[in-house]
Design a protein. Structure first.
Length: 188
């Protein structure tokens, strides 16, 4: 028989938020920041799984996504379609907000320039929090990720080093002007 889920108090939630912010800040780019946020939330909240998806297209009633492979920067997993009226994943893109209640599952849409570019999918968590506390943690996470999106181009310009833009479709899906040379990513 499974016991009741453990409960996160305010101090523990602040500690989780600090760890998530540090993980995002230590990431070398946007895609690694997505994976760092997802991994930190998974481990800190006791979720069994997390998945990071790149949004390829939203054409109601369907969103086309591709799973991003953690640890293999720029590598994409399976492309799939999700109905916008089903599951937290689709609903989060349709409504443009965090979706999930209680212990989850949750979907956190990440925006850039007025469009949804990624979604972090977090499975059920084992640690309970006061009403609204997990949502506040997720909002803070999304805010930090949005800041990292805007900070990345400025940091790259300041360093003079080009970086891969992994959220731009490549290969056959990419417009001819943005098709990458060599390594499979567009240089900024």
């Amino acid at each position: 028989m499974a016991g009741a889920p453990a409960h996160l108090d305010e101090a523990a939630l602040r500690d989780v938020a600090r760890r998530v912010m540090e993980a995002i800040a230590a990431s070398p780019g946007f895609e690694p920041a997505l994976h760092a946020a997802a991994a930190t939330l998974r481990s800190e909240l006791g979720a069994r799984e997390t998945t990071v998806h790149r949004v390829l297209e939203i054409a109601p009633p369907i969103a086309t996504l591709v799973t991003l492979v953690a640890g293999d920067l720029g590598a994409a997993g399976v492309e799939h379609r999700v109905r916008l009226d089903r599951s937290p994943l689709g609903e989060s893109l349709r409504d443009g907000r965090i979706v999930g209640r209680g212990l989850g599952p949750f979907a956190l849409p990440v925006g850039q320039g007025g469009a949804w570019v990624a979604v972090i999918e977090l499975g059920e968590v084992v640690l309970q929090a006061p009403p609204g506390a997990l949502e506040a943690l997720f909002e803070l996470t999304l805010s930090q990720l949005t800041q990292s999106v805007h900070a990345a181009p400025a940091a790259q310009a300041a360093s003079g080093v080009g970086a891969c833009d992994f959220l731009t479709p490549t290969g056959d899906r990419a417009p001819p002007a943005t098709r990458p040379e060599g390594v499979g990513c567009r240089r900024q």
